[in-house]
Design a protein around this ligand. Structure first.
Ligand code: IPM
Ligand code: MN
Length: 355
């Protein structure tokens, strides 16, 4: 009997719905091969809905989404809405409310894809960033006083507790064990300045490593140096673990080294609950409706979703098709330069993956 998964589909803003449609096309084309049935239910959360109704997210949204096996997201961010409202009110709220405490962001260069790192090959750029996803400076702790006076004060605190740090580290160590690479976990921090926050991370890292993960080699890099080595020696990395803000920043750098936002996917993961998968680039409003945006990141997010749901064979089949299309068909990963339209890229991957 076919296994059924119920997926919440949130196209969101800008090019989000276009790229998500291609991801869904691919998933629907491949699922029957693996005797899998996928039911997609649309949610209209995003800027348009907010401007129409004045409501960012219905109060029961998280509870409703908890009924699904996974959430498949296009992009959040609308040019007519002040920055922060939708990002905090939808994306971050769902990450927090659904306790998606891991943001998993693979940095993997596929054959035939151009990287700005001279001389680096697919075997050199293949690692995963585990970004803590529910804490740090993203919690919104802080405030402004004496606003609009010359003495205005703004405070925004990075907050971590041991529980948050430990559960993130555990996930990262286990991932390093599971991956077939160097069995190396690198902590990316800033222990020379953030002497409270990353002191906690560093102590927890070594305590856990000594106790439970003796088979995993441990490295430590400050965040600035991490950026340097991600460019100069990306082959050093296997799994990188870091806090929320550093993870946000270094994964945009990582995405560029793997060919850009057109190909970079991420998963907001709650290992015991409902996870949400998304292309990590934004809503790219200027390309909206033009059928030129690269849907590969959304397709790759769909692949991650199936992998996380335990459908590893189906995920592998999609990844193989992605590799074939990026390495033998597409001219570029950039919008408008792919040699194909958005829908044609979706068609190509769907056809190959379903064959
Ligand atoms: C990301 C994005 C978000 C983040 C924004 C849109 C809030 O940049 O997913 O990386 O900072 O986490
Ligand atoms: Mn980001």
């Amino acid at each position: 009997m076919a296994k059924t998964y119920n997926i919440a589909a949130m196209g969101g803003d800008g090019t989000g719905p276009e790229v998500l449609a291609e991801g869904i096309k691919v998933l629907k084309a491949v699922a029957p091969k693996f005797d899998i049935k996928l039911n997609f239910t649309d949610f209209d959360f995003g800027g348009e809905r907010y401007m129409r109704t004045g409501e960012v997210l219905p109060p029961n949204a998280a509870d409703e989404l908890k009924q699904f096996d996974a959430i498949y997201l296009g992009a959040i961010g609308h040019p007519d809405v002040k920055p922060g409202i939708l990002e905090k009110g939808i994306l971050l709220k769902l990450r927090f409310d659904l306790d998606q405490y891991i943001n998993l962001r693979p940095v993997k260069l596929y054959p035939g894809v151009e990287t700005p790192l001279a001389g680096k090959k697919p075997e050199d750029i293949d690692y995963v960033v585990v970004r803590e996803n529910t804490g740090g400076i993203y919690t919104g702790t802080g405030g402004i006083t004496m606003k609009d006076t010359p003495h205005e004060v703004a405070v925004q605190s990075g907050v971590y507790n041991r529980f948050q740090v430990d559960r993130c580290l555990k996930y990262a160590f286990e991932l390093a064990q599971k991956r077939n690479k160097d069995k190396t976990l690198a902590l990316c921090g800033k222990t020379n300045v953030l002497t409270f926050m990353y002191d906690l991370w560093e102590r927890a890292f070594h305590e856990m490593g000594d106790k439970d993960f003796k088979d995993i080699k441990r490295d430590y890099y400050h965040v600035d140096a991490t950026c340097m080595w991600m460019v100069k020696n990306p082959e050093w990395f296997d799994v990188i673990v870091t806090g929320n803000l550093f993870g946000d920043i270094i994964t945009d750098l990582g995405a560029m080294t793997q060919g850009g936002m057109g190909i970079a996917a991420g998963g907001n993961i709650n290992p015991d609950g409902v996870s949400m998968f998304e292309p990590i680039g934004g809503s790219a409003p200027k390309y909206t409706g033009k059928n030129v945006i690269n849907p590969m990141a959304a397709i790759a997010a769909g692949q991650m979703m199936m992998d996380t749901l335990g459908e590893t064979k189906m995920a592998e089949k999609i990844e193989d098709a992605i590799i074939e299309v990026v390495s033998t068909k597409m001219k570029s990963m950039s919008a408008g330069k792919m040699g194909y339209s958005t829908t044609e890229v979706g068609d190509l991957v769907a056809e190959i993956a379903a064959s």
